[in-house]
Design a protein around this ligand. Sequence first.
Ligand SMILES: C[S@@+](CC[C@H](N)C(=O)[O-])C[C@H]1O[C@@H](n2cnc3c(N)ncnc32)[C@H](O)[C@@H]1O
Length: 337
Amino acid sequence: MTLTVRSFLGGDEGSLAEDVLDGLTRPFKELPPKHFYDAAGAELFDRICDLPEYYPTRAERAILEARSDDIAALTGAAELVALGSGTAAKSRLLLSALAAAGTLRRYVPVDMTEEMIRTTGAALCADYPGLQVRGIVGDFERHLDRLGVPLEPRLVAMLGGTIGNFTPGARRRFLRHVGRLLGPRGTVLVGVDLVKDPARIEAAYDDAAGITARFNRNILRVVNRALRADFEPEQFEHVAFFDREHEWIEMRLRAQRRMTVRIADLGLTVEFAKREELRTEISAKFTPRRLAADLAAARLEPVELLTDPEGLFGLALARPVAAPQATSTRHAVAIPA
Ligand SMILES: C[S@@+](CC[C@H](N)C(=O)[O-])C[C@H]1O[C@@H](n2cnc3c(N)ncnc32)[C@H](O)[C@@H]1O
């Protein structure tokens, strides 16, 4: 078998239940963006990637089309780990470059949706003869250690700007954790949306066709189905704005009227005041300086920041900072005359 899939979700850990209980009982309500992606959410995200306003996917793809061969040569990777792998549309560019360089052996997609990992994994096995696909159905915030220690050069990619969904401190902790799983010959490749004209960023998260609004409301449908809740998604307005102080996008859902929501599986009743907002995503935007500071804090050494011709998006390639050589004290002992 070239395709194996292991799932670490389920059981009592139920992070959706925990996140709903925690996030909807706070004074400022919040749900984490990882819960957007059931099958409908993943399909809506694919549609977002094709929207004229949504530049990040096209810009990141342009970088990978131009530079995947260089990335393959620089990393010599035998294993590509994709964190938040999605449909692997862009990972394919890396896989092809690594296959052409003759180093590719294994692809390890990590995502929350088992169906997507299975379908994508089977297609990749067919398209890349000899490729081993070791899918991990899990939460990369909880199950990263399941990757184990690499025996061959590993490239860990987090594409799509997903790293921007962390708050700054959590982002650095996460990158540090990734760094520990690279092994001495490993490399990390992180896709980051770059700071630019706020109007252009806001348009990318509030498209004219209303697909992002549907994607945003989908999180309420996920909660309704998984936890027997009675949110009325259409009674929430999609809100997206660029926070100039933090340089991140916020997506929120604003209650159109006063509402009482019952979440049966949690025995929880949640009140929304008219115009009260629920935050569903932050998406941080980066300057080279912010990126360098994050990598340094995570003990990662930048190799190169690749950008598209318009300078919209960046792909940062980095390696673990080499551990200081242990100095032997034996030779420092003075030899008596
Ligand atoms: C913005 S999409 C990017 C998909 C793909 N990497 C791309 O560049 O097109 C984010 C992906 O990360 C996954 N994801 C988000 N949070 C996650 C988490 N905590 N653990 C595992 N996967 C997660 C989602 O299911 C989704 O497929």
